[in-house]
Design a protein around this ligand. Structure first.
Ligand SMILES: Nc1ncnc2c1ncn2[C@@H]1O[C@H](COP(=O)(O)OP(=O)(O)O)[C@@H](O)[C@H]1O
Ligand SMILES: CC(=O)OP(=O)(O)O
Ligand SMILES: [Mg+2]
Length: 260
């Protein structure tokens, strides 16, 4: 990520002396999905792609030529989009507001933002998207609003991250919600009318659980569902590190290894 994407507009010493910056999370998923997706699209690690990892924790990422250029999570996984129990972005002055008005301490506020907010907080019902979709279908207005906020804020995050890309070749959905909910995918795309996305309702609704597939109608940026493989990616990167270590050790004279 470039510094203009990872630096917070905070006093410099917090970065230089205390490493306060945006780091991002779900990196193994965004890396796997963008590589696999761009490979299926015929442009392996080329072009500009957006990824939406939507699970219990959710985040978005912008990738240019195989490199992450921006992402929605920050110093911690709390920043960014609405999640199962995390609020995502809020006005940071909510801390002083709640401290002054309700007498809450910092730990209570942090717990509320991480464990009692998001879909659970909005709906006052559940952090589970399946439960909320069912409740919404049965007329639960809080569940309906929670879903709407989730999709709107997700679209808003994708639109913001697009600023990091010279062009948008496409969007990949992944994670439990992204892989399995045609409804959430459709609602999210509907909030991005200026990007020229053209979702195929038939392909979107027809995609079978756990399968990868393209769901746009052939015009505008591509849209794909790519089931993530975080475990496979972690295994692959572990092998890479071990192989590198073995190669380095093989280069050292035996006397060095014996005394190391
Ligand atoms: N068919 C579905 N429709 C909507 N949401 C779904 C569906 N299947 C799974 N989900 C949602 O996926 C989320 C869990 O995603 P997952 O990636 O498994 O989580 P984790 O981040 O814990 O790995 C839950 O909110 C769950 O309701
Ligand atoms: C960082 C994070 O939210 O992880 P998970 O999706 O596993 O909850
Ligand atoms: Mg997961």
């Amino acid at each position: 990520m470039p510094a203009h994407a990872y630096r917070y507009a905070l006093p410099k010493f917090l970065y230089t002396q205390h490493n306060v910056r945006r780091y991002g999370f779900h990196g193994t998923s965004h890396a796997y999905v963008s590589e696999r997706g761009s490979e299926l699209a015929g442009s392996y690690k080329h072009g500009g792609w957006l990824t939406a990892h939507l699970g219990n924790g959710s985040s978005t990422c912008a990738i240019w030529n195989g490199q992450s250029v921006d992402t929605s999570m920050g110093l911690t996984p709390l920043e960014g989009v609405v999640m199962g129990t995390r609020s995502g972005d809020v006005d940071p002055s909510i801390h002083s507001f709640l401290a002054s008005n309700l007498g809450w301490d910092i730990y209570k506020i942090d717990k509320m933002l991480n464990s009692e907010s998001g879909l659970l907080g909005l709906s006052d019902l559940s952090n589970d998207m399946r439960t909320l979709i069912e409740a919404s279908e049965q007329g639960n207005e809080d569940a309906t609003l929670a879903i709407e906020v989730f999709c709107y804020r997700l679209a808003k995050s994708l639109a913001a991250l697009s600023c990091g890309l010279p062009r948008i070749d496409g969007l990949f959905f992944t994670g439990g919600i992204g892989e399995n909910s045609a409804y959430i995918r459709e609602k999210t795309i509907a909030y991005l009318p200026h990007f020229g996305f053209n979702l195929s309702k038939e392909q979107n609704d027809g995609l079978k659980r756990g399968t990868e597939g393209r769901i746009d109608a052939g015009t505008g940026p591509q849209i794909w569902v790519i089931p993530t493989d975080e475990e496979g990616r972690i295994a692959k990167e572990t092998v890479h590190v071990v192989e590198h270590e073995v190669q380095q050790a093989a280069k050292k004279p035996e006397s060095d290894i014996a005394t190391a």
